[in-house]
Design a protein around this ligand. Structure first.
Ligand code: PMT
Length: 403
């Protein structure tokens, strides 16, 4: 069981931290809590202390605090520091290396992993300044869980910015505490879900990908210690814990997001990217006129994200893994894709409707590489992800072993 130091920032989501404390204690973790001045406007140190069962630290300059514990000891005596909610302001101060209150001083003095659960208004989250700070904080090695998409406390506001739910944060805590992290120090790029190609303001071309396979891969990679950038098309499943997620719609947006996530050590392309789009997106809803012929849809090819990123060059990830979604001649077609796309491995799966691969929870895959074909049994998508990451770890270890 771990010693957690929870830093509660000043946002309305602070009320969820009480539940997080309760759940973490149920799991046997011990907690010390630091509250910013803002946090105390939303929940009181008294209620936090009652739930956490210990003192709550609020003031960098409190003599008692400095004598008894001090901000250095507070961070040194924890196994993991969790910032929840991590507000826009707190992250800006973390990115800038501030140390003018107890929370930021503890974070600057930290020699332990830090996990942040951002929570703020969607516009604040989307603001370029916040995104710059998030990128800086992530580059400094801090892990993220969330934010989630949903209703805000402010009435009528919805979007990306809700703090992850306490159980999701707890899962990220468990993952961060896992000591067997063979992918730590690696940056892994994963694409997942479908793309959506507009026809007019209300119609689009897409496919049945749920994102379950790609998101499971991102989760497994994060659990093994990798820094993960997940580029996701529109899906109805939650963002994986401890992963930086960029939500996109079209293939072109997915390509741009994947390119801007580089450099990466490993890239895995599980997204079902629409091969075609129409260049003539109508500005208004296309009308159905009585007696008029059905409109003709002019299609052009989308950029191939996998092939673009697998092209040899300084930014090519060391290991590029594509998927092949086939309804016939699965292995034969996968071998052709391996050559045509220039990737190192192809994970081939049969997506005929009878298999239930699209949208389902199970998958039967074949790992195709220059070394041959491995036929895996039917597994849950989580197990496919786990096994794929283990194969990657083995390959990295082999590459490190002197011949
Ligand atoms: O999302 P789920 O419901 O869990 O379903 C999982 C899945 C079936 C979507 C997944 O396992 C899978 O097979 N993903 C690849 C789907 C696909 O588009 O395959 P493809 O054979 O058409 O493409 C081959 C590879 O090129 C894929 O890695 C694809 O991501 C990539 N590609 C394709 C076209 C394009 N324009 N850009 C690409 O990067």
């Amino acid at each position: 069981m771990a010693r957690l130091l929870l830093i509660i920032g000043g946002g309305i989501a602070a009320y969820k931290s009480l539940e997080l404390i309760r759940r973490a204690r149920d799991q046997g973790h011990s907690l010390r809590v630091v509250m910013t001045a803002g946090a105390q406007k939303f929940v009181t140190p008294l209620s936090v202390g009652a739930v956490s069962g210990g003192p709550v630290f609020t003031d960098l300059w409190a003599l008692d605090g400095e004598h008894e514990i001090g901000h250095i000891r507070l961070s040194r005596e924890a196994d993991l520091i969790v910032v929840a909610p991590a507000t826009a302001d707190l992250m800006a101060r973390m990115a800038g290396g501030h140390a003018d209150d107890l929370a930021t001083a503890v974070l600057l003095a930290a020699d332990k992993p830090v996990l942040a659960a951002p929570a703020m208004n969607p516009r604040m989250w989307a603001h370029p300044a916040t995104q710059r700070n998030v990128a800086q904080v992530a580059a400094d090695g801090i892990g993220f869980v969330g934010p989630e998409r949903g209703e805000m406390a402010e009435s009528g506001e919805a979007g990306l910015g809700r703090m992850a739910e306490p159980m999701q944060i707890l899962a990220a805590i468990e993952a961060a505490l896992t000591t067997d992290q063979p992918l730590s120090g690696k940056h892994i790029l994963v694409t997942s879900g479908p793309t959506l190609e507009p026809i007019d303001p209300v119609r689009f071309i897409s496919n049945r990908s749920s994102g379950k396979q790609g998101h499971a891969i991102a989760t497994a990679a994060a659990r093994m210690g990798a820094r993960v950038s997940l580029i996701s098309g529109p899906v109805a499943i939650p963002d994986p814990a401890g992963v930086t997620v960029k939500h996109v719609e079209s293939a072109r947006e997915m390509l741009a997001a994947a390119q801007s996530a580089l450099p990466a050590d490993i890239a895995i392309f599980a997204a079902a990217v629409a091969d075609w789009r129409t260049p003539d997106v109508a500005g208004e809803k296309i009308k159905k006129a009585k007696g008029a012929p059905a409109p003709h849809l002019n299609l052009i090819e989308n950029p191939d994200i996998l092939r673009t990123l697998a092209t040899p060059g300084s930014r090519r990830p060391d290991l590029v893994v594509g998927f092949a979604a086939e309804t016939e001649h699965v292995i034969e077609n996968a071998k052709k894709k391996l050559a045509a796309k220039g990737c190192d491995w192809i994970v081939a799966n049969d997506v005929s409707p009878a298999t239930g691969t699209f949208g389902g929870t199970k998958n039967t895959v074949h790992l195709v590489s220059a070394a041959g074909v491995e036929n895996w049994p039917e597994l849950t998508k989580d197990s496919v992800a786990e096994r794929l990451m283990q194969r990657i770890v083995e390959t990295l270890e082999k590459a490190r072993t002197p011949k």
